[in-house]
Design a protein around this ligand. Structure first.
Ligand SMILES: NC(=O)c1ccc[n+]([C@@H]2O[C@H](COP(=O)([O-])OP(=O)(O)OC[C@H]3O[C@@H](n4cnc5c(N)ncnc54)[C@H](OP(=O)(O)O)[C@@H]3O)[C@@H](O)[C@H]2O)c1
Length: 221
């Protein structure tokens, strides 16, 4: 049975990925809550990882935060939180997972980027910075790990119907966003999970280092 570690699976996209891998693909899934593994705390990350002695076949770095802040609102505390949860924890988990995957000569890693890793919007500076970092991390890790049959890709969603979108945009703003999107609707979490399901499987045998946009056409207009 293949094993997977998924962060951010308490709700939203991560929850849909957990359901897909566990219920439809027969994975044994580790899905630590924030209480089990707080991604802002290195000691908490290390303590949780120590409970998985043989590593995993698949790592899905889905947890993320998007606390909005413009340049003048940015504090050291916000920088630390946004970069640790959205970027440094992913690096930490890849560094942990890679030696086990190398040993097995098999691994699939899926990181979470965003349209804001390439584009941006006011008060998304730290988020854009972190997600652009994810794009670089994905490409660099892919190059380094490819000889071991470890494939590393990133999914970059557009607007998904989760708490993150609803907290950061008013209902009126969401209406306007939807009107501007070619598909005229938000994505549902499961539509993002389906792509992760492919990237996390043996069906993906040759794609690595890619940042894949699942954005209903946002990046085309
Ligand atoms: N929603 C979108 O439209 C959208 C668009 C582009 C990219 N994304 C990206 O997709 C991923 C999933 O987004 P989502 O919309 O599903 O988000 P969400 O509904 O806000 O869920 C975020 C998840 O991350 C976890 N998390 C946050 N801080 C954490 C910490 N310090 N330690 C451990 N876990 C932590 C949360 O756990 P708790 O339940 O404990 O808070 C939750 O499970 C994120 O990386 C996000 O940046 C989302």
């Amino acid at each position: 049975m293949k094993t997977a570690l998924i962060t951010g699976a308490s709700r939203g996209i991560g929850k849909a990925i957990k359901a897909l891998l566990e219920e439809e693909r027969g994975f044994s899934v580790y899905a630590p809550s924030r209480q089990d593994m707080d991604l802002t705390q290195e000691t908490s990350i290390n303590a949780y990882l120590a409970t998985i002695p043989h590593g995993v076949d698949v790592l899905v770095n889905c947890a993320g935060v998007n606390d909005l802040a413009g340049l003048e609102e940015i504090t050291d505390e916000k920088i630390n939180k946004m970069l640790s949860v959205n970027l440094l924890a992913q690096l930490h988990l890849i560094k942990w997972a890679a030696p086990f995957m190398k040993e097995k000569k098999y691994g699939r890693i899926v990181n979470f980027s965003s349209i804001w890793g390439e584009f941006s919007k006011t008060r998304r500076l730290l988020y854009s910075m972190a997600k652009a970092g994810i794009n670089g991390l994905t490409r660099a890790a892919a190059v380094e790990l490819a000889p071991y049959n470890i494939l590393v890709n990133a999914v970059a969603p557009g607007f998904v119907n989760t708490e993150m979108t609803c907290v950061n945009n008013t209902p009126e703003q969401i209406k306007q966003i939807v009107q501007q999107l070619p598909v005229k609707r938000l994505a549902q979490p499961d539509e993002i999970a389906q792509l992760v399901g492919f990237l996390a499987s043996e069906q993906n045998s040759f794609m690595t280092g890619q940042v894949l946009y699942v954005d209903g056409g946002f990046s085309c207009v």
